[in-house]
Design a protein. Sequence first.
Length: 490
Amino acid sequence: MALSSNSLLPATITVPGYAREQLKTRIVHLGFGAFHRAHQAVYADRLANEHGSDWGYCEINLRSGEQKIADLKRQDLLYSVAEMDDTGWHGRVVGIVRQALYLKSDGLPAVLTAMAQPDVAIVSMTVTEKGYSHHPASGSLMIDHPDITHDIAHPLEPRSVPGLLLAALRLRRSHGLAPFTVMSCDNMPENGRVVRNVVTQLARLQDAELAAWVEQQVAFPSTMVDRIVPAVTPDALRQIQTLLGGVSDPLGVTCEPFHQWVIEDRFPQGRPAWEKAGAELVDDVVPYEEMKLRMLNGSHSFLAYLGYLAGYAHIGDCMQDPHFVVAARRLMLTEQAPTLQVRGVDLALYADSLLLRYGNGTLKHRTWQIAMDGTQKLPQRMLDSIRWHLAHGSRFDCLALGVAAWMRYVGGKDEQGQPIEISDPLSDELASRVATSAEGNERVLSLLQIETVFGQDLPANATFVEAVTHAYLALLAHGAKETVSRLLNN
């Protein structure tokens, strides 16, 4: 039996205790993925359950996830979330969704109409870093991206996320409606600035008058989100079904109990009282973003690339290796912490709390999953910190090893010679550079020429090139486990 509003669930499951029909569609969210289901939507569900909030969601998938939207509609717009730790599994059914659309089947007019509903005050997004059609090294719009060139020529038939936002804003403006606030929930530094950049740059290329209106009227607050949400596996879905008393839910997600949301408080058309559900509303989110991106996400990527090469399938497996634990802590406190602007936070305590979270034995967070889209992630997770060290003349051995491990990983074969499935928006370029360069120094120099990742400054810096090359050659000679062990003796 599939989950529905008529499902009989165990008393231990938290279910919607509010009148769902009284919810208003006030937020449109692009990207009905696992993280959103376990994070932002849960905040809204708690507000409705515990504080009588009427802020509901319209969920939209754009390029993929057609089945998820179909499942959501079939399940009366309900899905489940299971928090996992060593004490057991704790479930809730989320009922905050009021509408669900898939662009390719429901059509662009339906999507734009949903975004132009008068009650909609916020359009939020979890479309991953690559969804913004931007250069990660600079944050500027990728003007030669095929979707962007199309959207410049055909602004009313958008293919890109920035183009869709502009088309919806254009429609609201024509209807005399206030613009919605645009809120990115993706892991990028100053994500609000990034989405503002790409939207306004595209607007200038489409319509100068519209661009001026967007720049004057639309708010783009930055946010920082944090919760470990592993990719859903068949085994996890079976365990969720058991938790729900035999009721199946293909949309069920698993996650850790911890959750954090820091939000820049700029919402001209109003917002939910997120602070009542534990969110932090601040004037400047950048220091928190940097802390999370560099210490958490940076150490996650460090462990993912080295762990995968070492044969560790999950982050929890890496935490069973004492050398990996010490190396990750050193990375966070010795090389990432000094680069941060955040004040009033015990960074040693924060690092230790992250290591405890990584060691959650019930979470099966795949190193391969975290290793995805490295060309989009490296700049903010590692390279910005390396630039800080280069400017200050300090060492960055762990960061250099992290970059080298990424290079070794995108070589496409693990240390046993088995193929690695590379999931990255630049996978074709990566494969070409690997195929046309000899293993070793030449491989490093070839990958460093990807300007959208490394810019022009890093490949020209002898200290940086030498450090990464040294680490890469160590991985070739000794393997990931031994290289990490040797790193700790330096």
